[in-house]
Ligand binder design. Structure first.
Ligand SMILES: NC(=O)c1ccc[n+]([C@@H]2O[C@H](COP(=O)([O-])OP(=O)(O)OC[C@H]3O[C@@H](n4cnc5c(N)ncnc54)[C@H](OP(=O)(O)O)[C@@H]3O)[C@@H](O)[C@H]2O)c1
Length: 398
């Protein structure tokens, strides 16, 4: 977001290099392949010798130099989500070693914010992040999340739990898996409807005093819960789903963040990959892929929502950028304290997403694009009903 998009040499190199292939008819014409197959083909096209997730041509990529503030915490303007790296959520990944390589490539390319959680894997995402970042620990910001029962030995996942003693136990496990003595940004993953947020904030405050945690945040909380939490221990970030198909935060959460000086981290900023243009109603997801249960991903709803992809593709051609880059840049353009955390298990995707750094909106382009987006009715909810029910929850009073 730092420089003008048009006639930018590094952008041209980027688009002519590996990642630009994702926007070419070669890949767009692969409708009917699984998303996995499409991305694999893109990797192979980019670097025939390298193959797999470690492939791609890093030398052609943009380096992420711009920084943003989440509260008092400085981070790169784009982070890397690491939820998918254990290979469960969206199907298998190439290899664990490749995931470590991708995280280290992100560091080399200027990314400083890495997002994980105890339940990702479960536990395994934190282990991957810890191993990948151990050697550069002081140069990066690690964000993770508590809030569920997870057996620290087996990884077996239970229900929601934000009782203070459980939070403290979870954090001790996190520090081991992350190979560090402190967590830079610790989120409550979901509000626990049986624990007052004042008790949660109090536990986190003690962890901060003990030096085990530096900053904290909430994910998908109710509005009053944000205010009450912030009054006990100032919040650094709210992490909610926010993307071109899910714009709920614009109504109340973003204004509240602005009022209180809290940063905002959009999760699933690429609509689970949909706004990259790599997914269409004929995409075959692997068995167990989380997206098969998301209402926006029913074939009927995807067919309708392709209007958003079409808009991104039209503007992508106009501005010489990819739909993924435009999706991320649009989010970043909403507020200077918004830091999206797209996940990527392919180097090619990571590098393409970092290229959002160079997208700017001239004149009234942002308004023009947003007006066109506003005219599209989004079909389907952003999450399965039972998961959606756990969002926007207000914690009980003490
Ligand atoms: N707080 C919460 O409750 C919560 C919930 C969910 C997620 N999160 C966080 O948010 C992060 C991101 O969310 P997400 O992974 O669900 O959704 P996302 O970032 O919107 O989408 C990720 C998907 O898009 C694909 N992709 C990424 N860049 C691409 C590109 N340039 N071209 C084509 N495809 C591309 C990825 O493919 P490849 O893997 O093949 O690269 C992956 O399938 C997670 O890793 C996690 O850290 C938080």
């Amino acid at each position: 977001m730092a420089h003008s998009m048009s006639n930018n040499n590094s952008r041209r190199r980027f688009l002519l290099g590996s990642a630009g292939l994702a926007a070419t008819p070669l890949i767009a014409g692969m409708a009917g392949c699984s998303s996995d197959e499409q991305a694999s083909a893109a990797d192979r096209s980019a670097s025939p010798a390298a193959g797999g997730a470690g492939g791609g041509t890093a030398t052609a990529a943009v380096t992420l130099s711009s920084r943003r503030r989440l509260g008092e915490l400085e981070v790169s303007s784009l982070g890397l989500g690491c939820q998918t790296m254990p290979g469960a959520l969206y199907g298998p990944v190439s290899s664990r070693a490749d995931m470590i390589t991708i995280i280290r490539t992100a560091v080399d390319q200027g990314v400083t914010l890495f997002d994980t959680a105890e339940v990702y894997g479960p536990l395994e995402s934190e282990r991957i992040v810890g191993e990948a970042l151990e050697a550069v620990r002081d140069q990066v910001v690690i964000a993770t999340k508590f809030g569920f029962e997870v057996n620290p030995d087996t990884g077996e996942r239970g229900g929601i739990n934000s009782r203070p003693e459980h939070i403290k136990q979870s954090v001790d496990g996190m520090l081991q898996r992350l190979r560090t003595d402190h967590i830079d940004l610790l989120y409550q993953h979901r509000v626990d409807p049986s624990v007052p947020i004042e008790d949660v904030a109090g536990a986190v405050k003690e962890l901060i005093t003990a030096g085990k945690v530096r900053h904290w945040g909430l994910s998908e909380p109710g509005l009053q819960t944000i205010r009450r939490a912030h009054a006990v221990q100032p919040l650094t970030a709210i992490q909610n789903q926010y993307n071109l198909l899910a714009r709920d935060p614009e109504k109340q959460v973003l204004p509240l963040c602005e009022e209180l000086g809290i940063g905002f981290v959009p999760w699933a900023p690429l609509s689970y990959g949909f706004t990259t243009g790599a997914i269409n109603p004929y995409t075959r997801f692997t068995q167990g892929d989380f997206r098969t249960g998301v209402p926006q991903f029913s074939r009927e709803n995807m067919t309708s929502n392709m209007a958003v992809v079409q808009l991104l593709q039209d503007w992508g051609v106009r501005k010489g950028v990819t739909p993924a880059q435009l999706s991320l840049a649009w989010l970043q353009a909403q507020k200077p304290w918004i830091v999206p955390i797209p996940s990527a298990t392919r180097t090619l995707h990571l590098l393409e997403n970092i290229g959002a750094e160079e997208v700017t909106f001239a004149g009234d382009e942002l308004q023009e694009f947003t007006t066109a987006l506003n005219a599209i009715t989004i079909a389907g909810e952003r999450l399965p009903a039972q998961v959606l029910a756990g969002t926007g929850v207000e914690a009980p009073m003490p």
